[in-house]
Design a protein around this ligand. Structure first.
Ligand code: CUA
Length: 174
């Protein structure tokens, strides 16, 4: 869907640029006094510049309002399960590893030593969510599992010789 839209928009822009190019080529053969043209287009340029600045300022402010992104809104009496996660060379400490389908979970991820990556994979090894596990920082990941199964947490940041052994399974049941 997004690809189709991007494709159509690109085509329209390509067509537009081709038309502008054609008009410039045709007009370039005419001879005209330069000064009034200069004045007119300097005006157009100021207008164009101001419009762009205002336009992007509005968009920037509008999109930044929602920061931080991806923060879920929980319903009344639906508190999330907070799971403390500590990464270390070379393993994971989880305060909890068994969850229910539909249970909102907040993983609070930190590291005891170096930088690690916290990646949640489903059984087909699709990455569902991820964040950095950093010493002295706590990063949050909001997840609600839709399907029961065994999910694996893998380290996504090369952190030493046994990096590939940093795997932790969690169980999600109906
Ligand atoms: Cu921890 Cu790679």
């Amino acid at each position: 869907m997004i690809q189709t839209v991007a494709w159509i928009v690109s085509l329209i822009f390509m067509l537009f640029i081709t038309i502008v190019f054609g008009v410039v080529v045709l007009k370039s053969k005419e001879k005209r006094d330069y000064d009034p043209i200069k004045k007119k287009w300097y005006k157009a340029r100021s207008f164009y510049g101001t419009t762009l600045v205002v336009f992007f300022l509005v968009i920037t402010i509008y999109t930044l309002r929602e920061l931080p992104y991806n923060q879920p809104v929980y319903g009344e009496g639906k508190d999330p399960t907070i799971v403390d996660v500590e990464a270390l060379q070379f393993g994971w400490n989880f305060s909890e590893t068994e969850f229910k389908v539909g249970e909102p979970i907040e993983f609070h991820v930190t590291s005891a030593d170096v930088n690690h990556g916290f990646g949640i994979y489903d059984e087909d090894r699709n990455l569902l969510a991820q964040t950095q596990a950093m010493p002295e920082y706590t990063n949050k990941v909001y997840v609600t599992f839709d399907e029961p199964g065994t999910y694996d947490i893998l380290c996504l940041e090369y952190c030493g010789l046994a990096h590939h052994l940093m795997i932790q399974s969690i169980e999600v049941t109906e």
